[in-house]
Ligand binder design. Sequence first.
Ligand code: SF4
Length: 222
Amino acid sequence: MIKGKYYELIKYTSPSVSPMIAAGKVMKELEPECKVVFIGPCVAKKAEAKVEDLKGAIDYVLTFNELEDIFRVFDINLEKLHEELSTQYTSKGGRIYGRIGGVSAAIENTIKHMFPDKANIFSSEQASGIKECKEMLENALHGKIQTRFLEGMGCDGGCVGGPKSIIPEEKGKEMVDKFGNESKVHLSAKNRIMNEFLRELGINSFEDFNDREKIKVFERKL
Ligand code: SF4
């Protein structure tokens, strides 16, 4: 149970698990024997993987720094290796999650596509880094926020500014945006491969997202 000053805001928090946990849970659901390794710029993910109600989804968490060390020890130079394009189905919305504003943009675009009559209701605000997140939560606590969706990133600039990133934040944002713009799939809801995964989980229509049992891998109780 999460307690503290901001406890009363929990009821407004999205019950969605993080993308890391969601991806791990889907993989374990489809291939129970598989081992899942999450690689990113974040040290907090090591703790998240061990949280009581989330553990089991991710077997190992490596940071970019640690992976860089492994590559160095084994004399692996990625630039000399053939690129495998197996990740080319990822949507723009999913690719830009790593920088501040990416989550809000993905949600806004999805609402515009799925509920065009409600698109003008959506508004968002972003907080980048712990200081801004605290200020945003304070404002929310005291009813000083008019926007409907609040996005808070623990690191300045979002994950591109993560403590174990190996390139500067600005360069990371530039590359995340480029990666996003290169995607042939604009919306995750239009992602053919993702929809195939969902079908394997028994989710065949948008209405199925109202079935708590079917979407249990994507949610947690707060
Ligand atoms: S914003 Fe920072 S703390 Fe949050 S998931 Fe990204 S790297 Fe981790």
